[in-house]
Ligand binder design. Structure first.
Ligand code: PRP
Ligand code: URA
Length: 208
């Protein structure tokens, strides 16, 4: 399935501003939303189309339209919501799942505190969004849970990934393609991505 690095110049430029520690919460939030539009474009690039008959003001035509059931965006709370907002701008009819997970700062294990998803996940494409793929403990736990609830067709979108996280994720869920704006150098001893951008949730919501 593999990993796609979205190297579009606008994505890379905006990501650089987000990484800077001088960037304000307001700018960070706006930039994440903007980048999410571009990541959404990429992750939905091969969605299947069918046609339907419509009347333009000029004549009848067979026009392309998305095939199948509405897709689901699954946001890994909290920081996933920063990507979710932009994705919903592009696909406003999408359904939304929320997966509440936080990283235990000592063990780096993902701890679940909330889960709510549409009941018919098996019939839908589920696009999981979370800006950071560090150890991948959170992403793997989120996908485990969604699969347990019936999802079979999944994709994972993040902003930044660590090589260690990519390796663990693709081993745990080889059937789930990953889309990211960058793969950084490594994880530090506290499990943070370096050079990275710090704590995505804190920067997004100003909770440091
Ligand atoms: C961050 C991030 C991911 C997770 C990535 O969330 O949004 O969910 O860490 O790290 P991992 O790959 O090592 O699991 P965090 O736990 O800080 O929660 P928050 O979004 O509520 O701030
Ligand atoms: N979570 C974050 O928000 N940032 C990191 O660098 C790693 C995990």
């Amino acid at each position: 399935m593999g990993v796609t690095v979205v190297d579009h110049p606008l994505v890379q430029h905006k990501l650089t501003i987000m990484r800077s520690k001088e960037t304000s919460t307001a700018s960070f939030r706006r930039l994440l939303r903007e980048i999410s539009l571009l990541l959404c474009y990429e992750v939905t690039r091969d969605l299947e189309l069918t046609t339907k008959t419509i009347d333009t003001p000029m004549q009848e035509m067979e026009a392309p339209t998305l095939e199948g059931k509405k897709l689901v965006f699954a946001s890994v709370l909290r920081a996933g919501n920063g990507l979710l907002d932009g994705m919903l701008d592009l696909v406003p009819a999408a359904r939304v799942a929320h997966v509440g997970l936080y990283r235990d700062h000592e063990t780096l294990e993902a701890v679940e505190y909330f889960f709510k998803a549409p009941s018919d996940l098996e019939n839908r494409l589920v696009i999981v969004v979370d800006p950071m793929l560090a150890t991948a403990n959170s992403a793997v736990a989120a996908i485990d849970k969604l699969k347990e609830r019936g999802a079979t067709n999944l994709r994972f979108v993040c902003l930044l990934a660590a090589p260690e996280g990519v390796e663990r994720f693709t081993k745990a869920h080889p059937d789930v393609p990953v889309f990211t704006a960058a793969i950084d150098e490594k994880l530090n001893e506290k499990g943070y991505i370096v050079p990275g951008l710090g704590d995505a949730g804190d920067r997004l919501y100003g909770t440091k």
